[in-house]
Design a protein around this ligand. Sequence first.
Ligand SMILES: Nc1ncnc2c1ncn2[C@@H]1O[C@H](COP(=O)(O)OP(=O)(O)OP(=O)(O)O)[C@@H](O)[C@H]1O
Ligand SMILES: Cc1ncc(CO)c(N)n1
Ligand SMILES: [Mg+2]
Length: 535
Amino acid sequence: MSCAPPPPILRLHPPSSISPFSSPRRPHLSPRTCPWRLAAAREMPWPHVLTVAGSDSSAGAGIQADVKACAALGAYCSSVITAVTAQNTAGVQGVHLVPEELIREQLQSVLSDMSVDVVIPSAGIIKILCESLQKFPVKALVVDPVMVSTSGDSLSDPSTLTYYRDGLFAMADIVTPNVKEASKLLGGVSLHTIADMRDAAESIYKFGPRYVLVKGGDMPDSSEAIDVFYDGKEFVEFRGHRIKTRNTHGTGCTLASSIAAELAKGSSMLNAVQVAKNFVESALHHSKDLVIGNGPQGPFDHLFRLKCPPYNIGSQQRFNPDSLFLYAVTDSRMNKRWGHSIEDAVKAAIEGGATIVQLREKDIESRPFLEAAKACMEICRSSGVPLLINDRVDIALACNADGVHVGQSDISAREVRELLGPGKIIGVSCKTPAQAEQAWRDGADYLGCGGVFPTTTKANNPTLGFEGLKAVCLASKLPVVAIGGINATNAGSVMELDFPNLKGVAVVSALFDRECVSSETRNLRSILASVRCLA
Ligand SMILES: Nc1ncnc2c1ncn2[C@@H]1O[C@H](COP(=O)(O)OP(=O)(O)OP(=O)(O)O)[C@@H](O)[C@H]1O
Ligand SMILES: Cc1ncc(CO)c(N)n1
Ligand SMILES: [Mg+2]
């Protein structure tokens, strides 16, 4: 149903895969002596975390957890081993430190060869670390002050405390003690309540890190797992469901390396912590009945998503908030009115330059809906445009859609995330800052905010106006797409609002309640582009 010659459309290319590199005997390199390094970095920057930590023979914590968590979240993880521990699901049986000279050599080997974004350092190597980071600066340091494991075993000698407090913390972007570690760092104060955790975060902040996260995984008698975040001014409580399982060995290491992976990928600190917390919770949920070892505390499966059907088919693109620029939302009644099939309407919207598509089909039976969704997936995949399904998680799972959009009365984003897993896009319709806050806590990727203008698409939908849109945008760190009554006449004025997280407009009738969907979309896209360039 093309009505005019199509102009070039936006194509989002999936990242290509990482190439193997570095033989074990390659000499130390410097960027000056290896020009191919710079060229490769420009073509394919790959998020890279270096963990400096101990090996855990049971492979649930330490280096092994870091490598698995980073792999699961799409970052490369190199490792400098500082200690070899003998441990299993019953506890820690032995710790043997690696000689300082060999730690120095490992650091030099990795940092001289690879572009590292984020380092997770350990205590006792501050001097060597400072020397290395002067030569090879990185974006961030995530310090997990490993002293006491969840099993209650000590993993460090008493001098470690001083190393952290008087050295490493001042260099850290974030430090992530558990409650027992926070207590030790503060001379043995007892931590029983959220208020105690806040006080502890405030006191630890004075040692010099930019952010503190006091983890509450080991707080007894709580139905929630609550971590307290402090940025020097404000506190944020990260609340998650407490998963009933024995398999919590390595949650702390996993949380720290997941934060590092997200920072390496370019996230802000708050988002990195939120993604990391959601990841740990999902991993525990999917591993709650796993039986590995005979002791009281087992490991969990970091790569749980490989076993979930939606993830093992092809490679998923990461969500790019810029794809919200021109968001086309279908409506079967409108398609019927104009004699368009869903597939034709989607094809035409993409031809016209839609950057993301949502199938919002309220009056269609499940089977024809799934068939149309599968056909639309093919169209969208081949154009690099993400396809989301409104509300119907079952349809999204069955057609392996890129995500789901839910409203306030649909199942929550947190539950959708449990079903879809961490790789999919989840959007939530929000009208208020409180709803936006909840969506962010539930692990949403973006917010749909409206109706900005009066609309006939949705009955009984209060109009928020620019003020309501502004309140939601300012209250949230998530990307926002404006929706409701947006058309060629008013779209420019929405984009002119220029809130940093307002990424685009979502449109139903101005695209689909028209004869020629592609030319309407093209026209709207050029209006948006005249106000704001797509980054
Ligand atoms: N049972 C659970 N259910 C959900 N989340 C949990 C659970 N246990 C821990 N967490 C979460 O895991 C993360 C790590 O917290 P925790 O306090 O267990 O760290 P840790 O004691 O340093 O871990 P470890 O020593 O086992 O590596 C936190 O975000 C915490 O809220
Ligand atoms: C090696 C190592 N590092 C960290 C932890 C904390 O869980 C552990 N148990 N083992
Ligand atoms: Mg713990």
